[in-house]
Design a protein around this ligand. Structure first.
Ligand code: ME8
Length: 651
């Protein structure tokens, strides 16, 4: 019987369209799933969407939709995107699936009944008209930061999970399973920063919003989104709290690996195992926290601008060039970089020049010299042995790299087959052999060895770039090589006829031409151009020096723009709603000639928060958005370089 392999991705938030970083994770998981299937495992691959919570409730309301309408739309977008990049999942779970929601309620009940969850109180400063809790530091002059009215000390009931009860068991589990957390450095981080200082009980219910799974015996409480989301890994395959588990669960649990990003390792290696221990369910075998795909050196986030999306990239480069780039550029335990230029360079250097070129010239030579028929005429030379040695040893190297979650190494091992074969073309110089009729058999053997190397190389590349490999194997007129025979050389059927008119697998890209198109697309999405100002600008005079204390009077914070509209009576003004942590304010800003309102929603900007409020066109502006202006009077707001929380101080 085949060994089973159950792998999962994190489930994506349905707060908006996933960027290429989120998409990387599903491509990464997909390439592992595909390799394992080819390697003889009985694989189950689950992905899906995380659809509850306050943020999604807010986004839906901003979009004028019910939360369910909103998440249905975004889940559809996510599914389409995963399909576009050829993610071969077996199950797509949504946390709004009824069977999942039911199990979440039952899990909460069970944990409550056995005493792991208890009812307690959450205390803080309460503003009655706003129905909001604030911490001491959030108050402005001791008053509600939203409406400025007095606040009072209040307590609100909430449910808590007894995390500390399980801390020792978890540390023991880590020690007994050194392979549980990958990369290893993360384990120490979890132990030193969270477990050793002692776990505090976790608040596992909320009453401040409605969009979630209600606690069934106390429905004004909504189950904490992480408790809801994490359980997808078992509910998706048919876990049942009452013991009526489905066949998939019985077969596939525990998961062999949860693949997630580095930012959510704590939830997966502390909360999740503890919830499972409390439920009496075996723990997953491994949690792999991959690095981040960074754009222009900064973290990519749905809420900051300038984000790359897989569908745009696919439009320019095709799906496999995108898969290939992200997989080969991400190291195992570090972050990776992505840019349009780097994708062009890599596609040309590796996919076009090494892989595509070998396939096309080998097929072209077979057609030119032998009417497309490939035959092995034996008579092995040293150079053939050398080629074979590299080709037949590639599988073990790819496999070892995959098993250690070193996917970029696995790709470069697979590519090494094509590199070696290209070198073999130079070494054997088929065009010279072709000139001498006495060397026809040798030329046949050379082309056979190349064809066989190509089939093995394509079979190893299939998990990473499946469609192109399928296409190329068709051109070679050969099936994918089964992995249990992939270390043998010489199975390419003698007398096979290759395609007469092979397609170009990866066309060489002209960076200048592609970048012009890319910039045109990006420019169209950017805010409106401001007309160039013809008159010469007054020379700017530097301002006089100030003391630090003068500067310190200005309070600057990171603000998230949650809504934006034109001010009816003005051409220049936009009315923005901004969020500063728990606080929400209205700001009127003179940037309407430079930005479309829709473009600004979701952006994080720098805001002066202690300017005296002023009324502009009848609207009270409670702060100022800071902008930069160039010599042509083009204006740009300023954003943090990575996705720092709104409300953060700037100094
Ligand atoms: O975290 N590069 O969802 P999410 C690589 N719903 N990976 C990235 C990334 C980047 N730039 N940005 C994000 C959530 N990710 C939760 C998960 S699981 C029970 C709940 C990764 O849509 C991120 O680390 O914000 C996460 O693993 C995945 O994308 C989905 O992120």
């Amino acid at each position: 019987m085949k060994d089973k392999f159950y792998l999962t991705t994190a489930i994506a938030y349905t707060s908006g369209k996933p960027h290429i970083g989120n998409t990387y994770e599903t491509i990464l998981s997909d390439s592992i799933a595909r390799f394992k299937r080819l390697d003889g495992y009985d694989v189950f691959f689950q992905t899906g969407t995380d659809e509850h919570g306050q943020k999604i409730e807010e986004k839906a309301s901003l979009a004028g939709k019910t939360p369910k309408e909103f998440v249905d739309g975004v889940a559809g977008v996510i599914k389409d995107l995963w399909d576009l990049v050829d993610v071969s999942y077996d199950k797509f779970i949504r946390t709004t699936d009824k069977d999942h929601e039911l199990q979440v309620q039952k899990i909460f009940n069970k944990l409550y009944e056995q005493g792991d969850i208890y009812k307690g109180a959450y205390s803080g400063w309460y503003c009655t008209p706003c129905e909001s809790f604030w911490t001491e530091s959030q108050l402005v002059d001791g008053k509600c930061p939203d409406c400025g009215r007095p606040v009072k000390q209040a307590q609100e009931e909430a449910y808590f999970f007894k995390m500390s009860k399980y801390a020792d068991r978890l540390i023991k589990y880590y020690d007994e399973h050194p392979e549980f957390i990958l990369p290893l450095s993360r384990k120490n981080e979890m132990v030193n920063n969270f477990l050793n200082p002692g776990l505090t009980d976790l608040c596992v219910s909320r009453t401040s919003f409605k969009w979630g799974v209600p606690v069934d015996f106390d429905p004004k409480h909504i189950v904490y989104v992480w408790l809801d989301a994490l359980t997808n890994y078992i509910t998706g395959i048919g876990y049942d709290v009452d013991g009526n588990n489905g066949d998939l669960y019985n077969k596939y649990w525990p998961a062999d690996v949860h693949i997630i990003g580095k930012d959510i390792i704590r939830f997966h290696t502390i909360y999740w195992p503890i919830f499972l221990m409390a439920l009496g369910v075996p723990l997953p075998k491994k949690v792999y926290g991959h690095g981040w795909l960074l754009q222009d050196g900064g973290k990519m986030s749905k809420s900051t601008g300038n984000v790359m999306y897989a569908d745009d990239l696919v439009k320019f480069f095709g799906v496999d060039a995108v898969r290939y780039y992200v997989l080969s550029e991400m190291p195992q335990d570090n972050d990776g970089l992505i840019s349009w230029e780097a994708i062009i360079e890599k596609t040309n250097a590796e996919l076009a020049n090494v892989l595509g070129n070998l396939v096309s010239r080998t097929i072209a030579m077979s057609n030119k010299y032998f009417g497309g028929v490939v035959e092995n005429k034996g008579a092995v030379e040293d150079v053939d042995e050398d080629l074979k040695a590299v080709v037949v040893s590639a599988y073990d190297k790819v496999k070892t790299a995959i098993e250690n979650y070193k996917i970029s190494d696995a790709i470069s091992e697979a590519l090494s087959v094509f590199r070696r074969a290209n070198k073999y073309v130079d070494e054997t110089a088929p065009w010279v052999l072709a000139k001498d009729p006495a060397k026809a058999d040798r030329l046949k053997t050379v082309l056979y060895n190349l064809s066989e190397s190509i089939v093995i190389g394509l079979s190893l590349m299939t998990p990473f770039i499946p469609k192109s490999c399928e296409k190329a194997l068709k051109m070679m007129n050969a099936p994918i090589r089964s992995y249990d025979k992939i270390t043998e050389f010489g199975l390419y059927e003698n007398g096979t006829k290759v395609a007469e008119n092979p397609e170009i697998l990866f066309a060489r890209l002209d960076a200048k031409v592609v970048m012009e198109e890319v910039n045109k697309m990006l420019e169209e999405r950017r805010p409106k151009e401001v007309k160039k100002v013809e008159e010469v600008k007054e020379e700017k005079v530097s301002k006089p020096q100030i003391e630090f204390d003068d500067f310190a009077k200005v309070e600057l914070k990171v603000a998230l723009i949650t809504a934006c509209e034109k001010v009816a009576k003005s051409k220049k003004l936009l009315k923005l709603t901004v969020k500063l942590g728990e606080e929400v304010r209205t700001v009127v800003s003179g940037i309407a000639l430079h930005y479309e309102p829709e473009y600004l929603v979701g952006k994080k900007v720098v805001m002066v928060t202690n300017l005296k409020p002023v009324k502009l066109c009848g609207i009270e502006s409670q702060g100022m958005i800071v902008c930069a202006e160039n010599a042509e009077e083009k204006i740009s707001f300023l954003s943090p370089e990575w996705d720092i929380e709104d409300g953060s101080d700037i100094f």
